[in-house]
Design a protein around this ligand. Structure first.
Ligand code: ADP
Ligand code: GN1
Ligand code: MG
Length: 355
């Protein structure tokens, strides 16, 4: 067993933290960074070993985060607080890169929506986050992952992984591969809209899953949108769609029993009420029209990313067992399949909410 305190105490002590370190342990369910809870005799902190393979430019990434969090704080919005190193830097750059945030106390994160109320509140919070970012100068932001939600590019990457099949795993997921390949002509709409200007480019969060928001432990209301690594120019459809992908499911993202995994239209409605209520002044007609499609698109995109990572030997997402990425890909593909049959119903809900 890893002794986290022994391994990371010296790193944590290079930050301007208060008190003596009592304990360090892994925390949360993120797929990208190694997240540690650091408890001192005075306070708690989140320390993250940053994933520099996924985010190759940590200097500009942290510049983005400092810029965005200062922008939010100036408006009185609760957000992440970066704890600098003792040398006054926003992160520690050694062989590995680390950063520390104040632990935001009395909050919880959800791995499934659980209740309509929680999901509606998260929609409102991500919609409001979108509004706050509308006033942020996009030219100040570095694109931390190039072409992050360029689905046709994701599909091309998927085909490369399939062609290479380095682990000989393609034979174990023929059905899933067939689904992704057969839907090729559905992947282009948002990128095309951004290119021809019929969809506005906005500053977006881009990773709006429910566990990237801290909810108040007592009231269930949203306190802070976190995981700001991917804040960069994008489409509102990415943010809405990714939330639906993760939260409007009856089961967890990595549920093995697919009979438990379904797209839940009531959860969709609840999120849409919260989100659309917040962005109704700025959402364009075309964006509103594409919200159902955006939900499908982000779901199948994530499915093909999980499947590509499974084929490539699990080099991107953190996994806990050997076919974890395949299990995740299966839930996303099932959800995407259900969503594409319900565009009309979803469209009616959006129209009702925005009427
Ligand atoms: P990843 O990029 O790997 O997803 P996150 O930044 O989302 O990492 O952090 C992982 C989890 O840690 C979050 O889902 C949340 O539960 C928790 N977390 C992160 N930052 C904080 C914070 N400042 N206060 C409380 N919890 C946090
Ligand atoms: C990752 O970092 P985390 O766990 O919040 C991923 C998202 C995926 C998500 C799937 C930078 O999000 O794009 O949608 O996993 N983040 C990155 O759960 O790739
Ligand atoms: Mg996260």
């Amino acid at each position: 067993m890893v002794d986290y305190k022994k391994e990371y105490e010296a790193v944590a002590n290079k930050f301007a933290i208060e008190g003596e370190i009592l304990e360090i342990c892994p925390y949360g369910e993120g797929h990208i960074n190694l997240t540690l809870l650091v408890t001192t005799d005075k306070k708690r902190y989140i320390m993250q070993k940053m994933n520099t393979r996924v985010f190759p430019d940590p200097d500009n990434l942290m510049r983005n985060i400092c810029g965005v969090t200062e922008h939010l704080k100036a408006r009185g919005i609760e957000t992440l607080s970066v704890v600098p190193t003792k040398a006054g830097e926003p992160f520690l750059k050694e062989e590995e890169c680390y950063r520390v945030y104040d632990f935001i106390e009395n909050t919880v994160t959800y791995q499934t929506a659980g209740s309509l109320e929680v999901f509606r509140n998260s929609g409102k919070a991500f919609g409001e986050f979108q509004n706050y970012l509308a006033e942020f100068d996009a030219s100040k932001l570095t694109e931390t992952i190039k072409r992050f939600h360029d689905t046709p590019k994701r599909f091309a990457d998927f085909k490369v992984a399939l062609e290479a099949d380095v682990c000989g795993r393609a034979k174990d997921c023929e059905k899933e591969i067939a689904f992704v390949l057969s839907h090729e002509n559905t992947y282009g709409k948002v990128m095309e809209g951004l290119k021809d200007g019929s969809l506005p480019l906005r500053v977006t969060h881009n990773d709006t899953k429910l566990n990237n928001i801290l909810m108040d432990a007592e009231t269930g209301k949203a306190r802070a949108v976190i995981d700001l690594d991917t804040v960069m120019p994008g489409s509102m459809l990415f943010d809405f769609g990714d939330s639906i992908r993760f939260g409007a499911s009856t089961a967890a993202e990595d549920e093995k029993d697919l009979s438990k995994v379904h797209f839940d239209i009531d959860l969709f409605r609840a999120y849409a009420e919260g989100y659309c209520g917040a962005v109704k002044e700025s959402i364009t007609e075309k964006e509103a029209e594409l919200l159902p499609y955006g939900s499908y698109l982000m779901t199948i995109e994530c499915g093909m990313r999980f499947l590509a990572d499974y084929l490539a030997g699990d080099t991107y997402f953190a996994t806990k067992y050997s076919d974890h990425n395949l299990v995740r890909a299966r839930t996303q593909i099932q959800l995407a399949g259900e969503m594409e049959n319900r565009f009309e119903e979803m469209g009616k809900i959006i129209a009702e909410i925005l009427a």
